[in-house]
Design a binder for this molecule. Structure first.
Ligand code: DAS
Length: 361
């Protein structure tokens, strides 16, 4: 091949190969809908009531994932959806062992380049905890969306179908990537880090105090206005690989008259960490301070949180946290602080390194 022809041809070929490698191919080949996997764990969204007016006193975790998917035929307009029944439980019965299994399955599914996103159907009682555990242990930027319902599918105005439709729409959308694990309920998109259940029975129960939701879903389209700031998913150091259990961490509550008895009992039971949901700014009674100081001296990780529901627990303000070896939860709710502490204890027991985790996740 003569030199005059060879050089331009090689240059063109090199440019073409570069272009092909730089163009991000979608997780689904052109012309096909994004692939979304729905992992079903149970809850009210799979629940069944005695009549169409039974909105409390129904049985959770009855219907299969295939039954739930069939109840929303328009899902197939959004995505290529398939379901897996990973558990079938009311979520008050979820355990760290379930979280480990679920996180490993989500990571395995998202490692498949054909899978665009994952939806987890879940009971509402502990959805905020499962969502946060996945927020800290799923190592992918692809959308992971938790969804449930406050009324069983057998009830009039059941909220499960529209919540599931919205969740699949978000998991199938390009804009759902890179925002960490999200909770979709009642047309709102919330971040796993802050969202919490605030009412025992109403459809609008999931709220994010103070800091607000990430956005909305309307007619199957996500609208975003926020990005999570703290570390999560691909930027998280926590791994569940080869882990069959997590360190035991208890949540204790401060109240009028609370002393050290509950703390001493937890230490005697062998806990590795205590999240103490104190009054106000994580305040401790004299007895609780004595009990937690003794616990920290024995090597139990202590995190001061607050029962208040929003705001920052201030480090080294009224209590000499560094001197006592205490951590503070920043603005994490106690049930979220427990999850971060359980995972933190898989990498360190040093209070200063644990505090760095509470300051960055
Ligand atoms: N028991 C509740 C649960 O499974 C029902 C629900 O709200 O999903 O969390």
């Amino acid at each position: 091949m003569n030199q005059n022809f060879c050089r331009p041809f090689l240059l063109f070929t090199a440019m073409l190969l570069t272009a092909i490698t730089l163009v991000p191919f979608p997780a689904h080949s052109a012309g096909h809908k994004p692939r979304v996997v729905v992992l079903a764990t149970g809850g009210t969204i799979a629940g069944s009531g005695a009549s169409e007016t039974t909105t409390v006193g129904y049985k959770a975790a009855v219907f299969s994932v295939d039954h739930i998917l069939r109840s929303v035929p328009s899902l197939k307009e959004l995505a290529d959806v398939r379901g897996e029944q990973i558990f079938q439980i009311a979520s008050e019965n979820i355990t760290p062992a379930h979280w480990l299994t679920l996180s490993r399955r989500v990571n395995a599914l998202l490692a498949d380049k054909e899978v665009h996103g994952v939806v987890v159907t879940h009971g509402t009682d502990t959805m905020e905890e499962t969502a946060y555990f996945l927020h800290l242990t799923v190592h992918s930027d692809k959308p992971v969306v938790l969804v449930g319902s406050m009324r069983p599918g057998t009830a009039i105005s059941a909220d499960g179908p529209i919540n599931l439709y919205n969740a699949v729409a978000l998991a199938a959308s390009p804009s759902g990537a890179g925002r960490g694990v999200m909770v979709v309920m009642n047309d709102r998109i919330s971040s796993a880090r802050e969202v919490t259940k605030t009412n025992t029975f109403t459809a609008d129960t999931f709220k994010t105090h103070d800091l607000g939701e990430l956005g909305y879903l309307q007619a199957g389209k996500p609208y975003f206005y926020r990005m999570p700031v703290r570390r999560h998913t691909s930027n998280s150091i926590f791994s569940v690989d080869n882990r069959e259990s997590l360190p035991a961490v208890e949540i204790l509550l401060g109240y009028g008259g609370s002393g050290r008895e509950q703390i001493d009992r937890a230490v005697a039971a062998g806990v590795k960490g205590i999240v103490f949901a104190g009054t106000g700014n994580g305040s401790l009674s004299v007895g609780a301070l004595a009990g937690l100081s003794a616990a920290a001296a024995k090597g139990v990780a202590v995190v001061r949180a607050s029962r208040v529901g929003s705001g920052i627990v201030t480090h080294n303000a009224d209590i000499a946290d560094d001197t006592l070896g205490f951590c503070t939860s920043d603005n994490l709710l106690p049930q979220k602080a427990r999850i971060l502490l359980m995972l933190g204890l898989t990498v360190t027991g040093a209070p200063d390194r644990l505090q760095n985790l509470f300051d960055s996740y």
